[in-house]
Design a protein around this ligand. Sequence first.
Ligand SMILES: Cc1cc2nc3c(=O)[nH]c(=O)nc-3n(C[C@H](O)[C@H](O)[C@H](O)COP(=O)(O)OP(=O)(O)OC[C@H]3O[C@@H](n4cnc5c(N)ncnc54)[C@H](O)[C@@H]3O)c2cc1C
Length: 449
Amino acid sequence: MQPELTKNSPVLIAGGGIGGLSAALTLHQIGVPCVVLESATELKPLGVGINIQPNAVRELYDLDIGPELLDQTGLQTKEWVLVGLNGNEVYAEPRGIAAGYEWPQYSVHRGELQMLLYRTALERLGADAIRTGHRVTGYRNHADGVTAIVQTSDGQQLEIDGALLIAADGVHSAVRAQMYPNQPPVNWGGAIMWRGTTLGKPLRTGASFIGFGTHQHRVVFYPISQPDPQTGLAVINWIAEITVDNSGGLGDGDWSKKVELEAFAHHFDDWNHEWLDVPAMLRGAKEIYEYPMVDRDPVPTWVDGNTVLLGDAAHVMYPTGSNGASQAIVDARVLGAALVEHGVSADALRAYDARLCNAISRVVLRNRGAGPFGLLNLIDERCGGVFDDIDTVVSAEEREQFMSNYKSAAGFAMEQLNAAPPTIARGAKATASPKHSLVKSLASKERVA
Ligand SMILES: Cc1cc2nc3c(=O)[nH]c(=O)nc-3n(C[C@H](O)[C@H](O)[C@H](O)COP(=O)(O)OP(=O)(O)OC[C@H]3O[C@@H](n4cnc5c(N)ncnc54)[C@H](O)[C@@H]3O)c2cc1C
């Protein structure tokens, strides 16, 4: 259940995705009452596979969402591999525990992870703290708090007061649109991804993340479940991707747009190799989603008074580094640490912003340059993507250096992570900011507009 309401009004969280729910669980842990306002009338396990990097898994463990729960939801990733067009290996490295991290990397179904966080939040905070059918459409800052303007699914317009508003309302964030009314539309570089899951035999380590093809034409696939003991088959998440001329216009960034196989399978017709039959993998999916690879131009700050952006609302990025969801979890924890240090206050939001906004904006721009898949760009420049011996194209040293630079920038370099103290010390609590008046109940802070 929620901690006693003390001097601070509840903190409002717009959005019950991975970022918003991680923030709610973190606030609960540090003793700050909060309410999640989620636009969907019901949370359902939508999406396909994502990777959670060790820096974010560490934070989930610190939220007492440990291996016993995560192993039921996904699979510990053991390897990250790039394979060129003719099947020759470009680069392979161990991941997670196999690489020496103290925490694993997980490949999970995005919706299953969201549902795990949702169930945990319901258990710990109570059902009142997570309000579905509540779309945040705007906000008003005050000297001592913020009012969220909310449209409910039954047609009411509400005004809900809180100490702070954390906007975790995703790529099309209404809060960000108000904060930056002149922001350009989402940015699309021309890459289109088709995504699905198919039952198949996991390759290599049994838990390998494999990118196969070129910088503009590839498939990425990895298992997101344990193999069935009888059949040996696991759920394989796949992404088939091509890059086209983007002058025709932008995609809308909709994750739920279903398409038929015929719309794109021809791009991969002759990708039938002895070790992998791509057309069969694509055919095996029950549902296929099309998603244009979009991001937004970074902004100079994620804070406006008592309102702050988090997760995709702050820094939606190309998923080339598999770190969008991980970063949303880390954001929630860094914000929690700032609340512990500075109290429930705008100072805490500014401390969080100072720590992350510039650094993560650089990752957004880096992912535009293909993130870790940038190695394929190098190979394309040097030999048109086809090679016999990778060492003659990009030396082992250069490959290692490229990957290590990426991991440092994205915050999951192993030595630093293993040596870093916990983001939030166990038992740490945030204090109320003295500015906030005593609030007896959330209802007293909510009215019909
Ligand atoms: C339906 C869906 C499917 C996805 N599938 C994939 C996938 O397959 N692979 C992948 O890598 N990434 C996927 N993503 C994106 C990935 O989950 C995010 O990049 C990452 O987890 C960061 O999460 P977030 O919480 O910041 O944003 P999101 O996960 O986008 O969550 C935002 C939440 O806010 C809610 N919301 C939106 N607008 C409002 C509003 N105005 N008021 C209140 N609530 C609002 C949304 O319903 C959603 O629950 C998906 C996102 C969504 C919403």
